[in-house]
Write a protein that binds this ligand. Structure first.
Ligand SMILES: [Zn+2]
Length: 254
């Protein structure tokens, strides 16, 4: 069976900004399968459409973007601005891990500008630990527990900064120069968001902002375009840098 990389992020389009290039390389260079999960369907991501309507649009956009990688898209159906660390959400992420059985999991930085992202990060960290525990939620009809904790990596926070505006340097970077057009094509499939971001954030450069960020991380580590990561190295999580071994590390620690 092919190895699996799973991204668990808060909103549709977060993966396309933060880690889709790395996922594309695992798929193309190593034959891995990719799964893209979001905690919410992005129900607050519109000024015109109601929550149900924009959710329908964005689930479809998420699936179309994932299809560029031949990846499956999963929506865990929490709600924007309400993601929190609770049993229901933790069960959803744990069940997903037991279904998808990833070797590598990518999630948000523990420190980010947005609480939905930070909550998704702690939920994913906890689920990675819990999914192999046989007695954890063993009465809920889940697939069997994982054999072990998957390799867990945190993406860069948005704009590389925490909520206090401090830089969050990556532990290492993955060179995504060769797959930047794949990433751009995936992001462009989130058509509803370009309009929304222009209205709400005054940002009319949806795909260009992703490219600029990639170039900035790239400049810092000596390649054209990069994605930054930090590995979760707490007790009992796998400590070897599998992602770095497979894709090479640009800048930072190996
Ligand atoms: Zn987000």
């Amino acid at each position: 069976m092919a190895d699996v990389v799973l991204s668990v992020l808060a909103h549709p389009d977060d993966a396309e900004f933060l880690c889709a290039g790395t996922m594309a390389r695992l798929v193309r260079e190593h034959g891995w399968h990719a799964h893209i999960a979001t905690l919410t369907p992005g129900d607050c991501g519109s000024a015109e459409l109601g929550p149900e309507e924009i959710s329908r649009v964005r689930r479809a956009e998420g699936a179309r973007a994932a299809a560029v990688l031949g990846a499956a898209y999963h929506c865990l159906e929490e709600r924007d601005l309400l993601i929190s660390y609770n049993e229901r959400a933790l069960e959803k992420v744990t069940r997903l891990l037991r279904e998808v059985r990833p070797r590598v999991v990518l999630t948000h930085s523990p420190a980010d500008y947005m609480l939905d992202h930070e909550m998704t990060s702690v939920l994913t960290r906890a689920a990675a630990f819990a999914a192999p525990v046989p007695n954890f939620l063993c009465d809920r009809g889940h697939p069997p527990p994982l054999e072990h904790i998957p390799h867990l990596y945190y993406c860069d926070p948005i704009e590389g900064k925490d909520a206090l505006g401090r830089d969050v340097p990556p532990g290492f970077c993955v060179d995504v120069g060769a797959v930047i057009e794949v990433k751009a094509e995936m992001l462009a499939r989130h058509a509803s968001q370009r309009d929304w971001l222009r209205k709400h954030h005054g940002m009319d450069r949806y795909v260009e902002a992703m490219r600029e960020w990639g170039r900035r991380r790239g400049r810092e580590c000596g390649v054209a375009c990069a994605e930054g990561f930090r590995q979760h190295l707490g007790h009992s999580y796998p400590p070897d840098n599998l992602l770095g071994q497979l894709l090479g590390t640009a800048g930072g620690r190996a």
